[in-house]
Design a protein around this ligand. Sequence first.
Ligand code: ZN
Length: 199
Amino acid sequence: MTEVLTNVKQNNTISRRNFLHLSAGMAAAVFASPALMKTANAAVISGERNISLYNIHTGEILKTVYWQDGHYIPEAMAQINHILRDRRNGEIEKMDKHLIDMLAELHHKVDGKQAFQVISGYRSPATNTSLRKASSKGGVAKKSLHMRGMAIDIRLPKVQLERLRKVASQMRRGGVGYYPRDGFIHVDVGRVRYWGQKV
Ligand SMILES: [Zn+2]
């Protein structure tokens, strides 16, 4: 319960930040033509990077601006690390910033409206080992990038998994695995490679 309340409080902080931005934009717009107003709004957007994550196992939702005016926001990054923690033992790892940037860009490219549903984020070595033992098909790598905060398994409501796979693959930021039967794709910021799919 405490956790939920904390999240609400932090989300409010972020909302206030957005509100201040919008207010500044709106004040400037009073004297501006519609065309200039559009430019001003675009500048506000380009100065921020957003991420929306929904952890399907815990029900937690995080919508946050995690990068602004050239800087990653430590509080937002900490929230991201928290929502992507190892759900089996609660271990938290620092997620790779490139992975978060990749997700933000992917969301934008597919015109996502909802939060990414997160099936798996960080995995501690202990969790990875037990998943490997449980997986008869060998679907869990021994040196999984999930163990380094460099990988995530996701789906995005209202965006076909196949399309999400294709766009993620075209970005060429790392590995993309396609798991249509389980309804998710794996993306990581390791070596560029593909599996479970034709590219
Ligand atoms: Zn994965």
